[in-house]
Design a binder for this molecule. Structure first.
Ligand code: SAM
Ligand code: SF4
Length: 349
C-alpha cells in the first residue's frame, strides 16, 4: 500500500505515510521488540565442538518451514513493526533458496536492515548474489587463524575458505564486516591476540563471545568457558590498552573497545558474566517454525501448526503479539538454569 501510494505521487504518499506509521510491538516490560533473528536451517557444513556433536541428528526437512511459510510469517512480523532481520542457522548458506529469501525480506514494507551470521565457508561464491538481493552486512565466525586449530575447533573446516569468504564480503560491500570468535579453554584462548590484531590494519569489528551452555553440551561448555575479563587481559598484555568506544554503550550485544592506533574495533559479548537482557529488542524464529522469546530460556510458541491449519495473517499477528507480551525479562544462567530443549544450532544464536 505504501509503495503504491508512493508511486501514485508525492502528495498522496505524504498523506499515506502520515497515517500509516509502522506498528510497534512491546513486551510487558516496555521493551520495544522489532528485531527478528531467523534460523533458516538447523543443518551445518561444520561441526564446531562447542555447538554440536559430530554425529548431530538434524530435523527432517518436512518439519522445517517451507520458503512460502517462512515468508508468510515474516510478512506478519513486518506488520508488527519488525524492521531488522538477521539470518542465521545452523548455517544459513546451506538453506536452499537463501538468495530468494533475502529478496523477499528486502521487499517487506518496514525492512531497514538485513544481516546474516555465517561460518563464511560458502561466502566466496554467495557474497555477490546476496548483496544484489538486498543483504546489507555479514558477521563471519572465525575462531582461529591457525589452520590446524581451526580444523580442531570446527572438526571439518578449512580456514582458507573463511578468509576467502571475508575477502568476498568486503569486496562486494557487505559491510561493516564483523567477525566472531567463541573462545574455548584448551582450543583457542591464546588466539584472542592474533584475532584482535586483525583490527589494527582492517576496519573490522572483532567480537569475542563467552560460550553459553545448552542441553547435552552444557557440561563441556561450562567447563570450557573463558571469561571476557580473561580475554581482555590477554589482549591488553600483548597489544596495549583497550579504550572504550561508544561511551561504553552496547553495540547490539557487544561492548566495544579500540586498540592503540587500530583501524577497527574489538567487541566482547558476555552473556554469562554481564547479561544484556535490559536492552533486549529481539525474538527468534526457529527453522521448524516456533517463536523463541529468549535465547537462553526454553519458552516458545508454535507458529507452524496454526499456519498449516489455515490460520490467517490476522490470527498469526494476534498470536505473535500475545507471545511477545510474555517475553521473559531475562535468563537465569546465574542461578544455574540452563536451556534444555534445543542446542545453539537449532536456535540460531
Ligand atoms: N553457522 C553460523 C556461524 O557459525 O556463524 C551461524 C549460526 S551459529 C549458531 C551463530 C553464532 O553462535 C556463531 O558465532 C557461533 O560461533 C556462536 N555459537 C555457537 N554455539 C555457541 C555457544 N554455545 N555459546 C556461544 N556462542 C555460540
Ligand atoms: Fe555450524 Fe555455526 Fe554451529 Fe559451527 S557454530 S557448528 S558453523 S552452526
Amino acid at each position: 500500500m505504501f509503495r503504491e501510494s508512493v508511486l501514485a505521487g508525492a502528495l498522496v504518499s505524504e498523506e499515506v505515510v502520515a497515517t500509516s506509521a509502522p506498528a510497534k510491538t512491546f513486551d510487558a516490560y516496555g521493551r520495544h521488540i522489532h528485531y527478528l533473528r531467523v534460523s533458516l536451517t538447523d543443518r551445518c557444513n561444520l561441526r564446531c565442538v562447542y555447538c554440536m556433536p559430530e554425529q548431530m541428528v538434524f530435523r527432517p526437512s518436512e518439519e522445517l518451514l517451507t520458503n512460502e511459510e517462512l515468508v508468510r510469517v515474516l510478512r506478519v512480523m513486518s506488520r508488527l513493526g519488525f524492521d531488522k532481520y538477521r539470518l542465521t542457522g545452523g548455517e544459513p548458506t546451506v538453506r536452499p533458496g537463501l538468495v530468494d529469501i533475502v529478496r523477499e525480506i528486502a521487499a517487506l514494507p518496514n525492512t531497514r536492515d538485513i544481516a546474516m551470521t555465517t561460518n563464511g565457508v560458502k561466502l566466496a561464491r554467495l557474497a555477490a548474489p546476496l548483496k544484489a538481493a538486498g543483504l546489507k552486512r555479514v558477521n563471519i565466525s572465525i575462531d582461529s587463524l591457525d589452520p590446524v586449530k581451526f580444523r580442531r575447533i570446527t572438526r571439518w573446516g578449512d580456514v582458507r575458505d573463511v578468509l576467502d569468504g571475508i575477502a568476498a564480503a568486503e569486496a562486494v560491500g557487505l559491510t561493516p564486516i564483523k567477525l566472531n570468535a567463541v573462545v574455548i579453554r584448551g582450543f583457542n584462548e591464546e588466539d584472542v591476540v592474533s584475532l584482535a590484531a586483525l583490527t589494527l590494519d582492517k576496519p573490522w569489528q572483532f567480537r569475542f563471545i563467552e560460550v553459553m551452555p545448552f542441553a547435552d553440551v552444557a557440561e563441556f561448555q561450562m567447563a570450557s568457558i573463558v571469561t571476557t575479563q580473561e580475554m581482555m587481559a590477554r589482549i591488553q598484555a600483548a597489544l596495549g590498552t583497550l579504550s572504550v568506544e561508544n561511551e561504553g554503550k552496547l553495540d547490539g550485544e557487544a561492548r566495544v573497545y579500540r586498540l592503540p592506533g587500530a583501524k577497527g574495533t574489538v567487541g566482547f559479548i558476555s552473556p554469562v558474566t554481564a547479561p544484556f537482557c535490559a536492552s533486549c529488542n529481539r525474538v527468534r524464529l526457529t527453522a521448524d517454525g516456533t517463536l523463541r522469546l529468549c535465547l537462553l530460556k526454553d519458552g516458545e510458541v508454535d507458529l507452524k501448526t496454526p499456519l498449516r491449519r489455515g490460520a490467517t495473517e490476522d490470527d498469526l499477528e494476534e498470536l505473535i503479539r500475545r507471545a511477545i507480551w510474555h517475553k521473559p525479562w531475562g535468563h537465569d544462567l546465574a542461578d544455574g538454569v540452563i536451556p534444555m530443549n534445543r542446542v545453539m544450532s537449532e536456535i540460531g544464536g
